[in-house]
Design a protein around this ligand. Structure first.
Ligand SMILES: [Zn+2]
Length: 136
């Protein structure tokens, strides 16, 4: 919300463009008095619509890159816990990688790759289907 008021007050010197990290345009605004007030007006409208969007849905605006599913946050937390356990030496690298694969549901980690022949086996397989080696 503060962005809108700052744009309203300082938009003529390119505040909004600097805020958006468009530094070249910011300087241009500064030199041309907010593109002769036109750019200033556009920025104020942009900031206004952003403010309205933020008021309507604060979470979406503040964290647009956050995963939309509510369950994924706890998955990330869980993964972080496993990472901590790994760092503390409470679990092995393999256990961590497997847990990570389960949590992230990464297709590449759904398999147990045989360390002797490289064959992909089912995740819960006890031994390699190709060479019969014991799987972790
Ligand atoms: Zn094998």
């Amino acid at each position: 919300m503060i962005v809108f008021f700052l744009t309203l007050a300082f938009g003529w010197c390119g505040f909004y463009r600097f805020y958006k990290r468009q530094y070249v345009r910011g300087v241009l605004y500064l030199l041309t008095f907010g593109f002769f007030c036109i750019g200033w007006a556009v920025d104020v409208l942009c900031a206004l619509s952003e403010m309205i969007a933020e008021l309507k849905n604060p979470a979406a605006v503040r964290a647009p890159q956050a995963a939309p599913r509510s369950g994924s946050m706890t998955k990330a937390d869980e993964l972080q816990q496993y990472k901590r356990l790994l760092d503390e030496g409470a679990i092995t690298k393999e256990e961590y990688e497997r847990k990570k694969g389960e949590l992230l549901d990464d297709p590449a980690l759904r398999f147990l790759v045989c360390e002797y022949c490289g064959t992909r086996n089912a995740k819960d397989a006890a031994m390699c289907s190709a060479c019969g080696a014991k799987l972790l």
